[in-house]
Design a protein around this ligand. Structure first.
Ligand code: NAD
Length: 280
């Protein structure tokens, strides 16, 4: 039986640490402020935006909300970003993705001042990560490093296999594990013999976007398994599942993240961490 990595309680620890830092800053008269931009009214995006506002409230940071209409133009959005870039009171700028189809997301991300890019998506921050410079790191992979460290998983020298090479999870995850001195392999949809590669892993990180894709046949005995996926397996199901078939993999793993309650809660906690650390 595997130990369960409790993302809910670790994320709470991190938010409490942020809260302490914010209150110490406030004693010195320093405020911390996140600006959140949403375009349109996609219900899932509204839930994420709301959760980010709540997290700001919890740690004592200010949140400024900007709601643009679905049919706003790229220029209007860029102008708002410019204004927030120039506003000294704003420490972090977050544009909730995905944007409606007619927007050029890459241009939007590039327009955010890299020193306010708390999502860590700007190419400058991606570059900083890959050469080991200080900068904002994409929140989900940064959260996974915290989950591993706070669960006393030794990373240095371990075989780590990351399944998935997206810009927001797989690639930054691989860079972070490299920074922690793991031996890293990245797998993707063109990888030949995924079973063989995945079974090498002491630490297996799965960000593949397919419900319960990874079962016990991909996992070495005693591996630490981190499941990034979040799915509603069918539209009527109240239960969520991950990219890992938890019931099959759990008996084989030494430690595993559940879905929900594993990686999920870490993303917003690390967003708060990025926001607060922008002051240090
Ligand atoms: P993505 O779709 O951008 O990338 C998926 C990756 O998996 C791709 O690089 C692709 O090459 C790889 N892949 C697809 N099929 C494969 C196969 N058969 N074999 C090997 N590799 C394969 O997804 P993403 O944005 O990286 O997200 C991955 C999952 O994580 C999704 O379920 C998403 O919902 C979830 N997610 C969760 C959080 C969180 O906060 N917990 C954050 C971001 C993403």
């Amino acid at each position: 039986m595997a130990g369960i990595i409790d993302g809910k309680s670790i994320s709470l620890q991190i938010k409490d640490e942020c809260k302490d830092k914010v209150s110490k800053l406030k004693e010195k008269g320093i405020e911390v402020t996140l600006a959140v931009i949403q375009v349109g009214e996609d219900p899932a995006s509204s839930v994420y935006v709301n959760n980010k506002k709540k997290a700001c409230e919890y740690i004592g940071a200010n949140s400024l909300s900007y709601q643009l209409k679905e049919d706003s133009t790229q220029e209007e959005l860029l102008k708002l970003i410019d204004d927030l870039n120039n506003d000294e009171k704003v420490d972090g700028i977050l544009v909730q993705l995905p944007l409606p189809m007619h927007f050029d997301e890459d241009e939007v991300i590039r327009r955010i001042n890299p020193d306010k890019d708390v999502d860590g998506f700007h190419p400058i921050n991606v570059g900083r990560l890959s050469i080991g410079e200080k900068g904002f790191v994409s929140c989900t992979p940064a959260g996974i490093i915290e989950l591993l460290k706070r669960s006393n998983v030794e990373i240095e020298g371990k075989e780590c296999v990351v399944i998935g090479r997206s810009n927001i999870v797989g690639k930054p995850m691989a860079m972070l594990m490299l920074r922690e001195n793991a031996t890293v392999t990245v797998c993707h949809s063109r990888t030949k013999d995924l079973h063989e590669v995945a079974k090498r892993a002491d630490i297996l990180i799965v960000a593949i976007g397919k419900p319960r894709f990874i079962d016990d046949t991909y996992v070495k005995d005693g591996a630490v398994v981190i499941d990034v996926g979040i799915h509603r397996p069918d539209p009527d199901s109240k239960k969520l599942c991950g990219d890992v078939d938890f019931d099959k993999v759990e008996p084989k793993a030494s430690l595993i993240t559940p879905v929900p309650g594993g990686v999920g809660p870490m993303t917003i906690a690390m967003l708060m961490n990025n926001l607060v650390n922008s002051k240090f």
